[in-house]
Every structure is written in C-alpha cells, then in structure tokens.
Design a protein around this ligand. Sequence first.
Ligand code: PMP
Length: 372
Amino acid sequence: SAASAPPGWEGPPVRDELRGKSPYGAPQLDVAVRLNTNENPYPLPEPLVERIAERVREAARNLNRYPDRDAVELRTGLAAYLTRTGGYPVALENVWAANGSNEVIQQLLQTFGGPGRTAIGFEPSYSMHALISRGTGTGWISGPRSEDFTIDLAAAERAIAEHRPNVVFITTPNNPTGNAVPSATVLALYEAAQAAGPSIVVVDEAYIEFSHGDSLLPLLEGRPNLVVSRTMSKAFGAAGLRLGYLAAHPAVVDAVQLVRLPYHLSAVTQATALAALEHTDTLLMYVEQLKAERDRLVTELRAIGYDVTESDANFVQFGRFEDSGTAWRRILDRGVLVRDNGVPGWLRVSAGTPAENDAFLDAVRELKKEQN
Ligand code: PMP
C-alpha cells in the first residue's frame, strides 16, 4: 500500500527545524460544551445565512474565472469597517486580506522575516507566532512577560535591543492570558524596535472587538513599520470562513504582494466575507452579549475563589491549579471542554452562551469543593 516503506526508512526528510515538533492542535472533541478555541458560540443569524447563499450563488456563476486577485471590493469594505469602529481612517490601499489572520501572519513573516532573520513575541502569547516563524525559516526569540502576565516594558526593551529582531509581535488583548497591552507600552516597543532595527511591529488585535478599551489603529499615524492584524473569526462569528486582514502603510501592503499566492482568496470566500460585512451591526450586538458574559465569568470565578487574569477578550484565564492537566481532565469529565495552553497552573475558558457558561461555572464550582 501507499503506507508501506522500506526497512530502515527514517521518515520523510523534513527540514531540521521541523524535526520532532508537534503541529498546532487544540483537541476537537465531541463534548456537549466546547469552550476551548475562543470561537463565537452564536451561529450566524439566518438573514445573513440567506445573504451568504445569495452572494455565493452569484459568485458560483463566475467560478470558471479566477477571483479578483486584489480583493478590491472586500478590502474597501474592511477599510470602511475599520474606519467606522477603529477611531482612525484607513482606505483600500492600507488594507490587505488573507485566509485567516494566520495567513496574514505567515505572509508578514515571509516578507519581513525568513532565513537569517528573527521574530520576537512576549510569552505566554499566541503560540502560532512562534510556529509560523519556524515554518517560514524565521528564528524565534521568546521574549519575557511578568508573573502577572503584563509586559515588563524595561525587560522587553532590553530583549529588543539585545536581539534586534526583524519582526516584533504584540498581541492585545493577549491570548491565552486575556489582558490588553497599554498603548504607551506598544508605543515604547515600537520606538525600541525602530532604534534596534528598523523592524516591523505587528499588533495582533484578533480579539480587540471584545476589549473594554480602544483599538490601537490610531497608532498607524506616522508609523509606517506598524501593522495591525485583525480577523473575522471571533467578533464576526465566522471562524469557518477563514478571513483575516491587516491595516498598515500602503508600502507594507505592497511588500506583502511579493509573497502572496496569486488568487489566494477564493471568490466564495470574498463573497461570504462581503455578506458578513453587510450584517456588521447585528454581529456586533452578539459581541456586546459576549462581553457581558465574559465579565460575568470573571466575577463568578473570583466569587468561587479562583484567581482570574483581567480579560479584554472573549475568554478568561483562571487558576491556579497545582496541576492544570488534572484540572482540565476533571472539568472535561463534567462535560465541559476548556483549554490547557501549557501555562503552568492556569487554564483558559472561552465565553459561550449563558447556558454554556452556567454549565462551566457549575463544573468549576464542584472542582473547587473537591480541591478544598
Ligand atoms: N491571533 C490570535 C491572537 C489568535 O488567538 C488567533 C486564533 N486563535 C489568530 C490570530 C488566528 O485566527 P484566524 O486565523 O482564525 O484569523
């Protein structure tokens, strides 16, 4: 069969830096309450589903042709959304889109990182920044974070000055910890990165719509090496769509064209994302509900006696556990799937529907009784 191999074969000759590594993989288990991947728990509203069907039907009539390579209509719509909600005007030439913000990040690393270059992030943070760095041949530098999961500015500045990375990732609100990074910190890190580099500073705002505070989009003014990355996977409730985007100086958008695959955004993807943008206001009402549920999770977890990291995202980091792996399993035994991100002593729960959150709170209340 095609799964047989000669004796002595040591596996396919993968690149050295990939050898022995594990792929990204949150467990996709069949559990009643799944609060482990920061998805939006609300299915798209039916009128939007209808609109998607309509727009996709139109697109289907032209599927013999390649899609708009530059996704002009979609980028114009995304620019309008950012301008309306982000406190800073951006236009078509400032915006680029790809298949999820993971692909945006990959294109940025292919453009500004790569062999002989490095990227830094302040960990624990979004693990794909390191994994995509590795995948693009970019050296990864694990920058420091304080005990309380804030960025220690002096330590971060020292790390940038010492390593002179080509790409700096700042995730705000941060995943998996949930806390936002103050804009003064981002500004100082941008300055440090320009002094050491110049380097590209990527502000990953995947969860910004859930924040108590504002987007850092206005920081783009006069900072051509700053990139703000966004996604429709969370606030727009469209993780299955795979649509991420960025806002930056037009020269950054132009540079990314050098690595993007031709026609990378399918006509079906563009049509679906455009339909979703038409329903922005409805989708943002769900965001308000989720923010209230997130705040409730924080309050109730603290009332039960857990430590909780301040959250500006649609998830909450809670602890502390002697062994987070065991705690994760106990919660799963009660029918609720949360996330063990490998941060010792802590677990992460995504805000679900009120009923899902109640089920989660019941499970961790019982767990607390057990532990006492
Ligand atoms: N950035 C952060 C901080 C994330 O947590 C995620 C998804 N978990 C992403 C980017 C990627 O999301 P997507 O590719 O679905 O846009």
